[in-house]
Design a protein around this ligand. Sequence first.
Ligand code: NAD
Length: 709
Amino acid sequence: MSAVQLQLGDDGILVATMDLAGRPMNVVGDELMTGIAEAMARLADAAVKGLVLTSGKADFCAGGDLDRMSKWTTPEQPFEGSMAMKQVLRQLELQGKPVVAAINGHALGGGLELALACHARFAIDDPKLKIGQPEVKLGLLPGGGGTVRLSRLVGIQQALQICGEGGDLSPPKALGMGLLTGLARDRDELMALARAWIQANPKAKQPWDSPKFRFPGGDSRSPAVAQVWSIAPSIAAQKTWGNYPAVQHIMSAIFEGGLLDFDAASVVESRYFAACAMSQVSKNMIGTLWYQLNAIKKGASRPEGVAKSLVRKLGILGAGMMGAGIAHVSAKAGIDVVLLDTTQEAADKGKAYSQGLLDKAVKKGRSTPEKRDALLARITPTTDYAALAGCDLVIEAVFEDRAVKADVTAKAEAVIGEGAVFASNTSTLPITGLAQASRRPASFLGLHFFSPVDKMPLVEIIVGKETSDETLARGFDYVLQIGKTPIVVNDSRGFYTSRVFGTYVMEGIAMLKEGVHPRSIEVAGLQAGMPMPPLALQDEVSLSLGLHVAEQTKKDLAAEGKPWTEHPGMGVVRQLCEIGRIGKKAGRGFYDYDDDGKRLWPELTTLYPVAAQQPPQRELIDRLMFAQANEAARCFEEGVLRSVADANIGSIFGWGFAPFQGGALQFVNAMGAPAFVARARELAAKYGPRFEPAAVVVKLAESGGRFKD
Ligand code: NAD
């Protein structure tokens, strides 16, 4: 069966419905393009007046076929693949009869490029419908004429924004900028508008095929656009630190395309597309942020054979920063929430947090008063444990104190049913130990949220020694239910995310002690692609908390009879804490904070004099990244991590590990285990045994292997 079904109406209009067999979404690839070429061939028939291109699926078309792309090994393949698609699209717009896109659902990436090659575009005015060129988010650029047509349709500046940032446009926004021809209320009206346009425009032509064509807002030579070109590269460099070649290639394709005729611009775009498709960065990003993320969302880390579950009523113990955030995201997902604290005032304050977020959303037009009130009605603040009766899941987010946690666990378990799951949001305390306070340790697990809960996409699920598969599956289902991404790890000190994240900040702090200039350290963090530099980050987390966790760990290890090696950066943390510089919350840490923002504390270089000989930035960047990747590899080796996908996604979503690297273990894969081992040994010789490569990587280097699930 063809991927595009054709139906000729009495009015002489041919409706081409894209509906790829066996796929949940339409994606641009050979199958779809063949179908479109077949539809186009029918236009040669004198009885056919025009063509409406639409979709039989919920989405119009979701983008390019990444499975096909992942098989490309030489730059000729993406170049030719992209040119072949363009040839069909160019014929489509030049064949003389009107072609209209009837956009019934998301038109993204290659999907939008198909629509742009039509003479008119109508879309259903649904706030959920997304229009955009998100390729850049996977290290690619629109290679089906997206940069060429958008810059000619909506102007160079808008095209730069759409392709360079990869965000979604809502239908009204796309209409406002001239990307769409009109909006429809529903599918019937959509088809009616498309047909009417064909009847009214029997000789349709694209604006860029008119001899009088001018770029809206000017081409790359015009003074107005020259201004854009004078600042766009610096803005991009400030955001990306040169780590995302696709961003540069998109700018180049649009700039050069803005100096050339349509067909030459198309060839230039395909060349840059090939450069992106061949880049290690796109391989890293597609592998992790597409394949591994999709595998996780489909339940790769969820135990099989447990029926899917739904949380209807959730109990939260502790209405502080984390409890309030968890209540908010859960109520947003339609779950009834009991929010319990020691005083009614504290519980109410937790609910007020939601009120604050929602009031802001209403003010900005992102929500309505009705939706806000409905969400708030689902949160019941209380001090009464009896209110927890009937909860499917209870999450404790009380103080990080074993005794307090044990107390609330026992009180909650006295009320909730045998079938309910109990979770702890602890950030540091091993789950197996906390489960000792439970009557039913098999139903006990860790659900580690990140702050701020409403913004952070990850939840780290921790499996205790006695946690059952059913409990894990139910925790997993809940995380998906609230729209977050779950990774599953085994119990261990610091679990996975806190443990590896800690190596990043501590490495930066150790450099300070060695006499590296604090500004070089901070810049190295940003150059490495991390969202925040190490010293600023430790200030956010607070130095006193870091010290407290280290002291606790030291005590716990001593009790277990295990050795403790203090990180060389810890002395600095202790020293700053002693003089009251405990971080941002005190207004003083590595930085000074005031109403104007923050500045590195000038006395830092008095306390830690800057060495006369400064290392190159590359050395600092390598230290920051190797420290993390090596620790992640150790977590894998020790069985704390259960999968490579969890390691990579957990690192990017949990603490912002440089996304262009594809995650903490992909960092090793991309470099190759032998190169990683060699460099890690060099770093170990200079800076200490913490850089000795994890045994698992040494093994991979010897066997020629790589991390894979
Ligand atoms: P918080 O101090 O803001 O809130 C704790 C709340 O628990 C307070 O409202 C307190 O009144 C309440 N509480 C204390 N004892 C209680 C009891 N016996 N019964 C009921 N309520 C009680 O702390 P937080 O930052 O929300 O952290 C809570 C938990 O989440 C801790 O275990 C922490 O380690 C963990 N966590 C925190 C973060 C973070 O970034 N803050 C991140 C992940 C996990």
